[in-house]
Design a binder for this molecule. Structure first.
Ligand code: COA
Length: 176
């Protein structure tokens, strides 16, 4: 599945097409500083993760490509689709060097269209660390609603962390 925007397009991530490219991109970055990322990234682990995503019926992982250069500029996904309650979690990342160009916004609009029009979910939610100013600003720009704080929702590095919970409903998307 490929969805085209103005400056970027998003395309379903596959092991065959994207493993090496993604592994290379992540290896170049100071990715170890990112809290939610595995500290010991290896090609094998990366392959396992991408295979799991590819096979999972509840995850939809895409890569973000710049149209002009075909450069890989990030990843974006919908995860943990709860088919009964019909909600899904958003996750995404624009690589250093490509941030602040509107790509995160554009890619998120594209994937929201996919979530509401193709998957027909009722709700997309975003859980953000309270310190993640860029993501919180992106949620505001996309008119996500701040539903509150999920107390000690996320376990990382031996500690429970509060998360800000943002949501967008299908009826809100349709009216935009
Ligand atoms: C959050 C993230 C995806 C945004 O992507 P991006 O391409 O840099 O964002 P954009 O250029 O599309 O900006 C969209 C909006 O986000 C906000 N924003 C993004 N970067 C910002 C910054 N450095 N300072 C303030 N606001 C910022 C602004 O509201 C901006 O709109 P504006 O330019 O009209 O003010 C990116 O910063 C990122 O990858 N962060 C690290 C990974 C992460 O936290 N992912 C979320 C996990 S769920």
């Amino acid at each position: 599945m490929t969805i085209k925007g103005k400056h970027i397009y998003i395309t379903s991530c596959t092991v065959q097409r994207h493993l090496v490219e993604l592994f290379y991109a992540f290896s170049q970055m100071e990715i170890k500083n990112l809290v939610f990322f595995s500290k010991n990234l290896t090609l094998t682990r990366q392959r396992e993760y991408l295979s799991r995503m590819e096979e999972s019926p509840t995850d939809h992982l895409f890569v973000i490509k710049e149209i002009e250069t075909e450069q890989l500029v990030g990843t974006i996904g919908l995860h943990e689709h709860d088919v009964h309650h019909n909600n899904i979690r958003y996750g995404g990342m624009v690589f250093p060097g490509y941030k602040g160009k509107g790509y995160g916004y554009e890619a998120t609009r594209l994937i929201l269209g996919y979530a509401f029009n193709e998957l027909k979910v009722n709700k997309v939610y975003i859980n953000a660390f309270p310190t993640n100013d860029n993501l919180i600003a992106l949620c505001a720009k996309l008119c996500f609603r701040f539903d509150g704080i999920l107390r000690e929702h996320y376990f990382l590095n031996g500690k429970y962390h509060d998360m800000y919970h943002f949501t967008k409903l299908r009826k809100e998307w349709k009216n935009e």
